[in-house]
Design a protein around this ligand. Structure first.
Ligand SMILES: *[C@@H]1O[C@H](CO)[C@@H](O)[C@H](O)[C@H]1NC(C)=O
Ligand SMILES: *[C@@H]1O[C@H](CO)[C@@H](O)[C@H](O)[C@H]1NC(C)=O
Ligand SMILES: *[C@@H]1O[C@H](CO)[C@@H](O)[C@H](O)[C@H]1NC(C)=O
Ligand SMILES: *[C@@H]1O[C@H](CO)[C@@H](O)[C@H](O)[C@H]1NC(C)=O
Length: 476
């Protein structure tokens, strides 16, 4: 429904913007930029949770206002230091050319190798010591190793065991009855690579058992048991909608495009719309998560065409309810934004989605309202440097669940191997690096206006895209 709030609300918001305070060097000081966003203030995305970018008094006690996002662990039980990455995926040494045997103890940057157990152990040791105070954790999947080594094809039992290894690490670090851990599966997490049946794939029953220590009630959740997706109210008023991206993913040959009558992807997106309508009526907010994002780092679409359009329309038309969307899969750090060119009725669409790539963004800000910005989290696997994200979210009554910033921690894998120890450290925060006072569509719009001028903050975005890997692998 169009959200035609009075001008006094807009005036109040502009006043709040002016008072936003000294968090960082704000591009908002440029009133020309602000003016270009005023036409969008009628869009519901800019109201409600993000009405004022100031910290209200705490509403709920017992919350620290932080949650963690981790992704793509890809544990490999066969990984061996000193083996040949390119020829054997870090499983065996080359007998003929010792110079090829460069696999590092903690992983091999820019290779096609997976993650050794010692890296997973070191990562969870760090998590235990440094992020014990998060309120909950989102895990966007891919626990199992890739099935790339033809000499040792992946067995079903191995896939299940790799899921268990991850569960063991999580429950060693967190009391999952207090700190909720919300997992999903990636495209490598099925019994067979990239293959998930549209209804009740066998991996679902297996994961219902393996994930039981997370205490999410999955054994009684019909959405999960049938479709591999579920809703979980992670804090009162804040619901995680955890999708099965295999039902949208164009590389899953067992499913069909959402245009096909009765397709599982269309069924899930209908479920998603129904959930969001109910949350809207109840005045609750949502975070959406899934393994595969709609777009990769270069802007390439990863879903079936109609699934892509339908999902984009949901992000746009429910941008007042969906406060964040979180993805894994690409092992990269980038953002995508959902926008409309209908500035007279932004909430009516049409909606489009784009990724900020290595081309300076060119957006017609006079005729665009940005309604949602999704963030693509990096991975533990060493394709790029390993990284972990901690989000801050608003715990006040008026803006509950609104994303304030993310703080990214990374480990320099080459240095870890040289020093024979893993050191996670602060990489950047969105406040320091980009001057974002919060992660609302409005704040992002002001930053994108700055990036469109090829600013130093945009150059920083490009540096962080591959988690400071100087030689990234640029396949999809
Ligand atoms: C995995 O699920 C299949 C199909 O439901 C079942 O036959 C098998 O026993 C399960 N395996 C484990 C280890 O739970
Ligand atoms: C918005 O974009 C669509 C698709 O490109 C186009 O057909 C339409 O004319 C545009 N509307 C406005 C108001 O620019
Ligand atoms: C914008 O939305 C309004 C209200 O739904 C609609 O009448 C109008 O055609 C839309 N404009 C464009 C360019 O799509
Ligand atoms: C952006 O700035 C960088 C660094 O100053 C420069 O190398 C690059 O050519 C610029 N790109 C454009 C499109 O202006």
């Amino acid at each position: 429904m169009p959200n035609k709030k009075s001008h006094s609300k807009i005036a109040c918001m502009v006043a709040a913007l002016a008072l936003a305070g000294p968090t960082a060097a704000l591009p908002a000081a440029d009133f020309g930029s602000l003016q270009k966003t005023i036409k969008c203030l009628g869009a519901s995305a800019y109201n409600g949770p993000y009405l004022a970018p100031i910290q209200w008094p705490k509403w709920t006690t017992g919350l620290n206002g932080k949650f963690m996002h981790i992704s793509d662990i890809h544990i490999d039980e066969l990984y061996k230091e000193g083996t040949d990455p390119a020829g054997t995926m870090c499983h065996r040494p080359s007998a003929t050319n010792a110079a090829l045997n460069v696999a590092g103890k903690y992983g091999t940057l820019s290779s096609i190798c997976d993650t050794p157990q010692v890296m997973l152990d070191a990562t969870f040791d760090w998590i235990k010591q440094n992020t014990a105070d998060v309120d909950f954790i989102l895990y966007t999947g891919d626990s199992a190793r890739h099935d790339r080594d033809k000499t040792v094809p992946r067995q079903h039992s191995e896939v299940l065991n790799e899921h268990k290894i991850v569960v063991d690490k999580v429950i060693s670090a967190f009391d999952t009855s207090k700190t909720k851990f919300i997992p999903t599966f990636g495209n490598n997490d099925e019994l067979d690579y990239n293959k998930m049946a549209p209804v009740t794939d066998p991996i679902i029953a297996n994961l219902t058992q393996i994930w039981a220590p997370y205490k999410l009630g999955l054994d009684e959740n019909q959405d999960w048991l049938n479709g591999g997706y579920f809703a979980y109210e992670v804090k009162p008023g804040l619901v995680v909608l955890n999708l099965n991206s295999m039902l949208l993913f164009a590389s899953n040959v067992l499913t069909k495009d959402c245009v096909v009558d009765g397709s599982a992807g269309a069924g899930m997106l209908t479920w998603l719309r129904n959930q969001l309508s109910q949350l809207r009526s109840a005045g609750k907010k949502a975070y959406v998560m899934q393994h595969i994002p709609p777009l990769d780092h270069s802007g390439k679409k990863l879903y079936y065409p109609t699934c892509h359009t339908d999902y984009t329309n949901i992000l746009g038309s429910f941008s007042d309810v969906i406060l964040g969307s979180f993805y894994g899969h690409t092992n990269k750090d980038y953002i995508s934004y959902v926008y409309t060119n209908n500035t007279s009725s932004p909430q009516d669409g049409p909606f489009f989605i784009s990724t900020v790539t290595d081309t300076v963004p060119s957006i017609d800000f006079d005729n665009t309202c940005i309604l949602h910005v999704s963030s693509q989290g990096p991975s533990i696997i060493g394709e790029n440097n390993p990284a972990i994200r901690v989000y801050s979210y608003d715990t006040s009554r008026f803006a509950f669940g609104g994303l304030v910033k993310w703080t990214q921690y990374w480990s320099d894998l080459v240095r870890d191997n040289t020093e024979d120890k893993v050191t996670y450290e602060l990489e950047y925060t969105t406040q320091q690096a980009y001057g974002l006072w919060n992660l609302s569509p409005l704040s992002w719009t002001l930053v994108l206006q700055d990036w469109a001028k090829n600013s130093t903050s945009y150059r920083d975005y490009l540096k962080y895209r591959f988690v400071q890997n100087p030689n990234p692998v640029l396949k999809g």
